[in-house]
Design a protein around this ligand. Sequence first.
Ligand SMILES: C[S@@+](CC[C@H](N)C(=O)[O-])C[C@H]1O[C@@H](n2cnc3c(N)ncnc32)[C@H](O)[C@@H]1O
Length: 537
Amino acid sequence: MSNLADAAPPLAKRPKLDTPAVRARPSNGQQSKRNKKANKKQDKVKPGGSEEATLYHVIELLGADKVVTLTTAGKDLNGSHRFTQFQEIELDIIELSSHGEGLGVTQEGEWVVAAPFCLPGERIRAKVVRHARLHSYADLVEVITPNRGTNGRDESRIKCKYFTQCNGCQYQMMDYTAQLDHKRLVVERAFRHFSKLSSELIPTIQATLPSPEQYKYRTKLTPHWEAYAPTHKEKLPIGFNTAGRRRLIDIEECPIATDTINKAYTAERAKVLAKATTYKRGATMLLRHSLPPRTRAAGAAGTSKTEVGEIETSQEEAKDAPVCVTDSHHLVRERIAGKDFEFNAGSFFQNNNGILDSLVNYVGEQLTTLTSGESGVKLRYLIDAYCGSGLFGLALAHHFEAVAGVEISSDSVKYARHNAQLNGISNATFLAGKAEAIFEGDLLKSYAKDATTVLIDPPRAGCDDAFLEQLLAFDPAVIVYVSCNVHTQARDIGYLVNKSEQRYSIASIRGADLFPQTYHCEGVAVLRRSIDVGANA
Ligand SMILES: C[S@@+](CC[C@H](N)C(=O)[O-])C[C@H]1O[C@@H](n2cnc3c(N)ncnc32)[C@H](O)[C@@H]1O
């Protein structure tokens, strides 16, 4: 029997330790130029992106043998032969994908169809709209038989009037516990499909860390609009993309955003609409929830400035009321895990401030657990790679003798340094540059590798090869990998474990739900290197 890895799509990037993928597709002289072009497009998937994750899932549902047969016969890219354009089909949903679609296998057992806003156990009617390798995407037309079971559908949970139109939230009909359970499966599936590790090297995925708020949690919103066109005579739409389309839908409020953001959004929308006809290009609005400026919180009202930025505030607002910042150069303030953080509204900061205390504390607990006990390593140094404005490094600095952060955005590094000062933290140093630059020069001279943790929190694409190579060469005792893309996270972790010939093993993996109601899932994994006990005592 063929295994999943043999049938899997080739990865354009890591891991190179991949087993040979099934690529032998006979060239079909019958194919028209147009079909060849469409097939080429379907054959290309972005590494670690949603299509690659769905493709692995599709292969699992069809079975590796079937996929090999279909591929060898050149029948894995022929969705347009299977369905007429916009054909409506009935489909039984059997599983939920990692990106929010319900998946069902067609009657012949040879093709998967993915449709949004439906749940396993439901029978739906769907309109097929586009094709990919071994599967097609469809719009939901109607739920014929809803799943009313414990983990099923309950429309009374839906708080957004744009549900099924807006692309933002997929799971509002689900119970929150079911959302968390599903995200645990997403992490499990990501490591099964992307890490290339055998199952005994992957620990049981722990329960997903919940968000304290399931609505009104989002602290940043970026609605956009297009250039004014005569067709906008009625009203220029401002909002987000329609589900499954690039078309913009007009959105007046977003229930996953904080009240402060929604209040400011109403006012900002009105300003844009008032000069709608002047927009020759589209644009994006920035709305960022913030604590009030320090001077206002301390008693003074009016516009306030600090040494690194400013927030406009109105005299009427209560001195401790949150504000909404709309200028990307203005200052935003957050208080996380007992520490103050300030940063430019336009720079990166995690977008659900409610969960950050437990996220940071969870990472801290993992490190103190590893440090304690007879076989514990003494973790005295922390490297915070991809550190932004210093969230993890500064919030955890009290556990360590020294912290070194590195970040590509010099603006964020400026704020990381500022935040260290703001909180009276004197054991943290921050470097501006690519993550791998931290290993160059003398900064880590005193960081004994057996006493060092490297915390990584890269963008969605994961880490560069250069960084991973230098990380392995540095050889820290512990690696904590935080990521907003569990697929590239699993890929990079698999690479570290395999490339180190299993000197690194995975101590724990868990998801964190920074974005309730959506398919997004943050992952936190801890890797520990085998170490001579007491080597760093
Ligand atoms: C997901 S954010 C994490 C930031 C921070 N850890 C936090 O939680 O606030 C990723 C950060 O990596 C930075 N970044 C992107 N590519 C980088 C690179 N090659 N080297 C260093 N930092 C990078 C981005 O500017 C961004 O601040």
